[in-house]
Design a binder for this molecule. Sequence first.
Ligand SMILES: NC(=O)c1ccc[n+]([C@@H]2O[C@H](COP(=O)([O-])OP(=O)(O)OC[C@H]3O[C@@H](n4cnc5c(N)ncnc54)[C@H](OP(=O)(O)O)[C@@H]3O)[C@@H](O)[C@H]2O)c1
Length: 245
Amino acid sequence: MDLNLKGKTALVMGASQGIGKAIAEALISEGVKVALCSRSADKLKKTCEEISADTFFAADLSSDGAGKEVTEKAIAHFGKLDILVTNTGGPDKNNFLEVSSQQWRTDFNSLWLSLTESLQAALPSMQKNQYGRVLMVTSIAAIEPLPGLTTSNGLRAGLSGLARSISNEFAADGITLNLLLPGYTNTDRLKALNLSDEKVKAMVPAGRLGEPCELADLATFLASEKGAYITGQSIAVDGGVLKSH
Ligand SMILES: NC(=O)c1ccc[n+]([C@@H]2O[C@H](COP(=O)([O-])OP(=O)(O)OC[C@H]3O[C@@H](n4cnc5c(N)ncnc54)[C@H](OP(=O)(O)O)[C@@H]3O)[C@@H](O)[C@H]2O)c1
């Protein structure tokens, strides 16, 4: 299938490794010019060279204003921004009574505010070009809470409502907004959990972890003109874990 993505431009956040890197790599393989963002300039430089990305911007997206600043840099670099992929690291694990106010603030900044800031910077430019694809990487926790991931469960559930609201406002401008909900996916974040094959089989009907490239293939389709009529959706890539969606 020709996705006709050649010459499009993208900013992919949380892209030095894992799911973000896989999405960036998949877009590049379709001819998209991609800018990467994450905190570590060293990791970004290595990934940028490895996957032939166009450029990178190091920024901590949990800092005030970072989402806006990075998005404006990407627009200035390319002259336009067709595709925005919002993504950051997963928050610390804590039960509700253990979550400090500081953790709420940090996780809100990282998972929510960086996203709204970058959307406010990107959408006017997409509107001008009458083309835009926004993909927000969140989690299956947005639909069914995961044990101990209190801030993720709360903040990510709200993002689904936000995406529906924004997608209504911009649908007539050729702009789509969708949420990608990874299930248990084979990245460094998950490796830390040391899940045995037996545990994975008990949790995941498909009987295996997802690969980042499986989510990236969906992202690439949604980023293309073929995805023009899909907007405001939360789409899980989870091997059948979610039952209520
Ligand atoms: N893997 C899974 O099974 C799974 C399941 C459900 C949801 N998710 C969610 O999907 C997202 C991506 O997960 P992943 O597995 O790809 O994680 P990962 O391998 O840990 O990668 C996270 C990426 O985000 C960057 N990052 C982290 N904090 C950042 C910040 N404050 N500002 C800017 N960049 C930041 C990291 O690079 P630097 O270190 O250079 O900043 C890295 O490139 C996370 O939000 C995670 O919670 C993952």
